[in-house]
Design a protein around this ligand. Structure first.
Ligand SMILES: C[S@@+](CC[C@H](N)C(=O)[O-])C[C@H]1O[C@@H](n2cnc3c(N)ncnc32)[C@H](O)[C@@H]1O
Length: 245
């Protein structure tokens, strides 16, 4: 999938995540959840677990990439980490909160895998627990795919060039080129492709409502989008779902 090679550069290339922890903490407080155990699906290098570390007694994270987990082990040494697939995970614990963020769910390339993930989440939630995730909507990925490639400077003069390519309707590639600075203006080029699948948010909402007691949609501004019109107006941006067990 590309994360084996990307893991080394991931944290410096993906800086735009500070919104995430304060929004998530505000929702956990709003829903008055118990803060014993948290599970993150697709925890990657552990940066979200680290940010939420003071909020919970126990941190758990799972990821399909052993290389990403190796960074998480160093970053959140007290966390329980599992090398597992989020579409089929089984753990002995249950959780007050389960989350999967930064378009991790979009990495599952067929919708049946999304539905399997939702079912496994439901099985692992405590009765008062919540499930929170975000998605790249179809409109957001289409919008990104017509933009020219964008360049982000990394540490030590390295650079990352990223472009989003529409492959099929609802299937996109993030084509990432990393120019790793070797000194003396010499670079090693790494080419990585990350695939994402996207799904109509109204279909997701309908299926979530079959499994969870309540489902609330939040828009990119972290405001609730309650009516059909409000959801339609939010389709261009990242979208968040908060489900109660
Ligand atoms: C965009 S990164 C997000 C990492 C982390 N949540 C963050 O915000 O920094 C997506 C992560 O999902 C993991 N992933 C992709 N498919 C997965 C699957 N089926 N099961 C578990 N993890 C998966 C990848 O290995 C990667 O670490």
């Amino acid at each position: 999938m590309g994360y084996a090679e990307f893991s080394r550069f991931y944290d410096s290339a993906m800086k735009d995540y500070s919104w995430c922890s304060s929004f998530i903490i505000s929702l956990f407080n709003k829903y008055c959840i118990k803060k014993n155990a948290l599970l993150e699906l697709g925890c990657g290098t552990g940066r979200i677990l680290e940010l939420l570390g003071d909020e919970f007694n126990e941190l758990h994270g799972l990821d399909i990439s052993q290389e990403m987990l190796a960074y998480a082990e160093k970053r959140v040494p007290g966390a329980f980490l599992y090398h597992m697939d989020m579409t089929s995970f089984t753990l002995d614990s249950s959780f007050d909160a389960i989350l999967t963020v930064f378009d991790t769910i979009n990495h599952i390339l067929d919708y049946s895998g999304w539905l399997e993930t939702f079912k496994h989440v439901k099985r692992h939630l405590n009765p008062d627990g919540v499930f929170f995730f975000d998605i790249n909507t179809p409109a957001r990925l289409q919008r990104l795919s017509i933009l020219p490639p964008f360049l982000t400077p990394l540490e030590n003069d390295s650079q990352v060039l990223m472009e989003v390519e529409e492959v099929l309707a609802d299937d996109f590639n993030f084509n990432v080129q990393i120019f790793e600075a070797l000194g003396d203006n010499l670079y090693k080029r790494h080419e990585i492709s990350i695939h994402e699948h996207t799904v109509d948010p109204f279909l997701i909402l309908k299926d979530l409502k079959k499994l969870f007691t309540t489902v609330t949609v939040y828009n990119e501004e972290c405001e609730p989008a309650v009516s059909k019109e409000e959801i339609k107006m939010s389709l261009n941006g990242r979208m968040f779902f908060l489900c109660t067990a």
